[in-house]
Ligand binder design. Structure first.
Ligand SMILES: O=C(O)CCC(=O)C(=O)O
Length: 280
């Protein structure tokens, strides 16, 4: 939680710095027949200029179901949570196979100013097209592992959507993470549907709503949703979830075993620029 959000929670948004009680001034104090007394002063109530602002309580979604998490001018943002999408035994078997057999590697990304950093997790990519995010590209890889082909068909049947690509994430322990972002690259098209399947240790998946324009990028007062994603759980993100919300899996500082997350997506060819280079 940001420092500002934390402080606002602890103090209450109404809390103002304490002022020392004022000493009576010479004018407030008058002498009456040799003794001193305070003359009562009148006080006026002034309505605070800014309306009092509450931080919305964090919501937790744990039960299977369809959830409309927001409805705004851009449209409806929807989640569908399906715990137990995979039975325990098949999830166990798939997890150990994928952990051992996928070509996991650590991707290097680039910040806006060009400095490089290593992602705090391992990844691999499947799809006929490359996928670019954070100014670095994962090359096309059409050789789907047979377990992933089986899972893709099962996810397509359950969700009623088709997917041509898959980003696999491996969180080796609690210190591996993915920061706040939305899956909104142009190659995913408008209002992408993302199907996210989790295997291994449970980690908390959080979503936060984009702030209002007048908050100028300040996330202190935005809505926050937490979803513990356990072994074999499928989560679908639909509608405007990628336009109006961000998501993350934060680092945790107690012990965690490995976790694999498979995000099925549909990638479209990016339009070519007149120079012949892809638009990023
Ligand atoms: O690990 C997860 O549950 C989320 C992964 C994710 O946000 C992504 O691949 O874009």
């Amino acid at each position: 939680m940001s420092d500002k959000r934390q402080r606002a929670r602890v103090q209450g948004s109404w809390a103002k710095p304490l002022h020392k009680p004022q000493q009576p001034t010479a004018q407030d104090v008058q002498s009456v027949s040799g003794s001193w007394r305070c003359v009562p002063r009148s006080f006026e109530f002034h309505q605070p200029a800014d309306p009092i602002r509450e931080i919305p309580a964090e919501k937790v979604i744990e039960n299977a179901g369809d959830y409309e998490i927001s409805q705004g001018p851009t449209g409806v943002s929807r989640l569908r949570l399906i715990p137990g999408f995979l039975q325990q035994e098949e999830a166990d078997w798939m997890f150990s196979k994928l952990l051992a057999e996928l070509p996991w590697s650590q991707k290097t990304n680039y910040r806006m100013m060009g400095d490089a950093y290593e992602e705090p997790r391992l990844t691999c990519w499947y799809g006929e097209l490359p996928y670019t995010y954070s100014r670095s590209t994962m090359q096309a890889n059409a050789q789907w592992h047979p377990v992933l082909t089986t899972l893709r068909l099962a996810v397509e049947e359950k969700s009623g959507h088709t997917f041509n690509s898959l980003l696999c994430n491996l969180y080796r322990d609690g210190k591996d993470s993915i920061g706040w972002h939305s899956d909104s690259e142009p190659s995913l098209g408008p209002q992408p549907v993302i199907a996210s399947l989790s295997l291994g240790d449970t980690r908390v998946f959080s979503l936060r709503k984009h702030p209002l324009p007048q908050d100028k990028g300040d996330y202190t007062y935005v809505e926050l949703i937490c979803i513990p994603l356990s072994h074999g759980t499928l989560l679908l993100m639909e509608g405007c979830t990628q336009t109006d919300w961000q998501h993350q899996v934060a680092k945790e500082y107690h012990d965690h075993g490995p976790r694999i997350n498979l995000t099925f997506r549909t990638i479209y060819p990016e339009p070519e620029r007149p120079s012949g280079r892809f638009v990023r």
